[in-house]
Design a protein around this ligand. Structure first.
Ligand SMILES: Cc1ncc(COP(=O)(O)O)c(C=O)c1O
Length: 393
């Protein structure tokens, strides 16, 4: 297909629910992508949070190849080895728990919401936060604390109370007898890279313990090494009751997981919740390779070291460039808040071969692969600096 044929087919045949950048990619490797014309791009936002291992990691490709020739799919009324192994690995990396497998972040959050309602035995309300994002299915959307995503889709399921982020008093005053859980991202991704404060999160854990509420941490974007630890909650010295995972877990294949504390996990009995494709052999074998590669390639160590380097470069840029208002984030999940709209900065960087993202209007979102090198950071920073300087004039 030629470039214009691709655009034409999208225009005629695909529901236009995404705003799109006019680039057609045909190949990826590590931190790089190539478009249909052969132009090379340094990808500092690989896969919208999916590409923690970069594009086409050799271990991911090997796992797909191995499994695809043995068994691609088996339904969940039977057993298979990759699912058993992956569940064990997820728990080794997190806390004593059991896993429910599904296919996406929204679906993992739906599972957590349904789980909470079963757990609540009549209590059903979940406290959520302004600027949060939990997905596009109706309950996940109702949990999302951003009106712009909800407009036009009423009526949304009831049972969510949205309060200010990082405000423990607001949480306390939202609690009622029917409250069953508190649900949050520790770094709000779509909401503009807003970091939860340590005292706040510890305060939430205390409230949940005292009132017998579930603490649900949405690790869909922050998980799988993104913040320099396997899971972001590890930075906070707490153990959640539930974490939800997706995005980077499958190395590019669709997977979602709800990981729930073992003592309460059997509340969802046979027939209460299901997902046909959830945890298939192909996907779980690949996810297992992702989990192992993070250990074997020492990606958490690299992410932490490269995070320090990238933050130091960005903070220097902030001191020198009036357009940069704030730099924030954890690990390699970084937001650069600008004094101008971010969309055209992202576009200009793409023209110069560096892919970034802009969220919340004016926050550049920088989330390179965990194996990113100093050289790649220098290259991306060189482009970003020159684009911002150009916009200062
Ligand atoms: C924190 C968080 N939760 C949930 C979701 C929804 O995930 P999915 O698009 O896989 O349904 C996202 C997607 O961006 C997310 O960032």
């Amino acid at each position: 297909m030629k470039l214009n044929e691709v655009f034409d087919s999208y225009k005629k045949n695909i529901v236009p629910s995404y705003s799109k950048v006019p680039l057609v990619f045909t190949k990826g490797k590590g931190s790089y992508l190539w478009d249909i014309r052969g132009k090379k791009y340094l990808d500092f936002f690989p896969g919208w949070g999916v590409g923690n291992l970069g594009h086409c990691h050799p271990k991911v490709m090997q796992a797909v190849r191995e499994q695809v020739s043995k068994l691609i799919f088996i339904p969940n009324n039977y057993y298979h080895i990759p699912q058993a192994k992956l569940a064990r690995e997820v728990i080794r990396c997190s806390f004593p728990a059991k896993v429910f497998f599904c296919n996406s972040g929204a679906e993992a959050n739906e599972a957590a919401i349904k789980f909470s309602r079963k757990f609540g035995c009549g209590r059903y309300e979940i406290v959520t936060f302004e600027n949060s994002f939990h997905g596009r299915t109706l309950a996940a959307l109702a949990a999302t604390g951003q009106k712009k995503y909800q407009e036009g889709f009423a009526p949304l399921p009831e049972g969510f109370k949205c309060v200010r982020f990082n405000d423990i008093e607001a949480v306390k005053s939202a609690l009622v007898p029917k409250t069953v859980a508190i649900m949050l991202e520790l770094v709000q991704g779509e909401g503009g890279i807003n970091v939860a404060q340590k005292d706040f999160v510890r305060g939430l854990r205390k409230i949940c313990d005292e009132k017998k509420l579930l603490l649900i941490i949405d690790e869909v974007q922050t998980g799988i090494g993104r913040t320099g630890k396997f899971f972001c909650y590890e930075h906070y010295g707490i153990i959640p009751d539930i974490i939800t995972l997706a995005k980077a877990s499958g190395g590019g294949l669709p997977i979602g997981m709800m990981v729930v504390r073992r003592e309460i996990s059997d509340i969802l009995g046979p027939g209460m919740h299901a997902s046909t494709f959830g945890g298939s052999p192909l996907v779980t074998n690949t996810a297992l390779a992702v989990f192992k590669a993070i250990d074997k390639d020492k990606l958490l160590q690299n992410a932490s070291a490269m995070s320090d380097y990238l933050f130091s470069r960005l903070n220097r840029l902030k001191d020198e460039c009036l357009l940069v208002k704030e730099v924030r984030g954890i690990g390699l999940m970084i937001g650069v808040e600008l004094n101008i709209e971010g969309a055209s900065v992202v576009e200009q960087c793409a023209q110069k071969g560096v892919l970034l993202n802009c969220t919340h209007g004016n926050v550049l979102r920088i989330m390179p692969a965990l194996g990113v090198s100093k050289k790649e950071i220098d290259k991306a920073m060189g482009v970003l600096e020159s684009v911002l300087r150009g916009n200062e004039k």
